[in-house]
Design a protein around this ligand. Sequence first.
Ligand code: 48H
Length: 260
Amino acid sequence: MKLDDIVVSKAIIERWSKDLVDSLESDVAIAGGGPAGLTAGYYLAKKGFKVVLFERKLSVGGGMWGGGMMYNKCVFQELSIPVLEEFKIRYEEYQPGYFLTDSLETVSCLCLEAIRAGVRIFNLISVEDVMIREEGVTGLVLNWSAVDIAKLHVDPLTIRSKYVVDASGHAAEVAHIIVRKIGKKLLTETGELVGENPMWAEIGERLIVENTKEIYPGVYVAGMASNAVFGGPRMGPIFGGMLLSGKRVAEIVGEKIGNS
Ligand code: 48H
């Protein structure tokens, strides 16, 4: 069979455009495809919600690929084992209470299961703003990451969603956008980001799940961004909290949608 290069181009452009058009209105839009964002997306999609996730970089996985200081292993605590098993991630017990995974396998499984559960993932697209109405945030404003990198003056496009999840990691970018553009209105003590604290794995891992909550009407936070917004220590390369936070935000947002 002859191969027509133009058919190849047309297939890619048409199918990608259809996916984006289909995603212009969704139940949940997630900013960031690290471990927390992928886990949140998976559990929400499994519940039957329409989920779209935007990742700035070429690859999803965020800070997980590099394990700890580029040693590509991740540590998980016992509490997170059911989530590892849900994603079919293999693990070994290093010593009682400490479980090890291969970071490449971990990211691959999170990505594969999220996509297979129905999460629509768009990589190379950055969230540069939020869409606002009287009731709160109602969607995300997007642009090609390449536009930002090249500092081009190109206007963005917009998607609408019932809820937004800020899973942008240490940077907590959606939270920062809200404070910068709307004011000190976050649901924190100060209305601003409280900020991340120095390393303390045990406390950081506990707080990250507690800090997984609403930050502004229509917006929830998950993963490392939770401790940046509400204040909590970093925890280094122990990743259980990221998966548990992603699962927690899916429970909270799922309930909200169910009740609305
Ligand atoms: C689109 C964006 C935008 C944007 C950022 O950093 P991540 O891995 O975040 P989490 O919370 O899933 O996991 C945190 C973990 O990786 C980590 O850093 C830990 C445990 N640190 C502990 C420590 O002590 O240092 O992923 C966030 C993702 C990344 O892929 C970004 O590229 C992406 O979000 N992102 N995507 N639009 N505006 N901002």
